[in-house]
Write a protein that binds this ligand. Structure first.
Ligand code: ZN
Length: 228
């Protein structure tokens, strides 16, 4: 079998999603060189970090971290674009494995009870074919050994372009876009909300506000990237 696999790889090599060099057997998505160039955050080591600052006064958070910095140019942006718009769903799993190993070793998120992905609206789900956060969530769930709840938080309406609204207007619209399907299961639990990129944080804020209505619930945030 292995010989067949090796042969297959010779004729159909997997390429690095960034530099397009051939990947070796042990490399996934990006080559080792490109992986070393990716800007990891060290947020996990700080109880107060750029994410907790972003949400300060908006939602109470237990902990928050992101794997990478999202910059105007760079590999993170390129990979997330591929994940969201070019059908490369496996990039989510790649990020999930990466942060999964970090959080497992670090132990900071060991008291999480459930993982909840920011949901996509049905229409968008149909168009894209997948929720780009799902594979990421599945890997995080694997490393934390906690269940991923897909059906608890639902997106009820599609968002039109948010660009021309001010922050207050945006929050108002976003707040009506999510619905908490099952409240009792989250009672007194610690929920890990996960998403792809934090920019303004408006979507995560709206999700957290819905979850927050549950008695005794605690919320933490984990994302693939954070916009610097
Ligand atoms: Zn590369």
């Amino acid at each position: 079998m292995e010989i067949l696999e090796d042969l297959f790889r010779i004729f159909f090599p997997k390429l690095c999603a960034n530099c397009e060099n051939h990947l070796t057997k042990n490399e996934e998505i990006v080559c080792t060189f490109c992986r070393h160039d990716m800007p990891l955050t060290d947020f996990i080591n700080y109880s107060e970090n750029k994410i907790t600052k972003t949400f300060y006064g908006r939602i109470p958070l237990e902990k928050a971290t992101a794997l990478l910095y999202f910059r105007k140019k760079g590999i993170t942006k390129k990979l997330i674009h591929e994940l969201k718009y070019e059908g490369n769903e496996e990039i989510g799993a790649f990020f999930g494995n990466w942060i999964g190993e970090i959080i497992k070793e670090n132990n900071e998120f060991s008291d999480i009870d459930f993982i909840i992905p920011v949901p996509l609206h049905q229409k968008k789900l149909k168009k894209r074919g997948y929720n780009q956060v799902l594979k990421f969530g599945e890997r995080v769930s694997y490393y934390l050994e906690r269940p991923l709840l897909e059906e608890v938080l639902i997106k009820t309406s599609t968002s039109k372009t948010q660009t021309f609204k001010d922050r207050f207007e945006r929050l108002n619209t976003v707040d009506k876009q999510f619905y908490l399907n099952e409240v009792s299961i989250l009672k007194n639990k610690h929920v890990l909300l996960i998403d792809d990129v934090i920019t303004t944080g408006a979507t995560l804020e709206a999700c957290a506000k819905k979850i927050q209505k549950t008695e005794g619930v605690k919320i933490s945030i984990l994302t693939m990237a954070f916009t610097e």
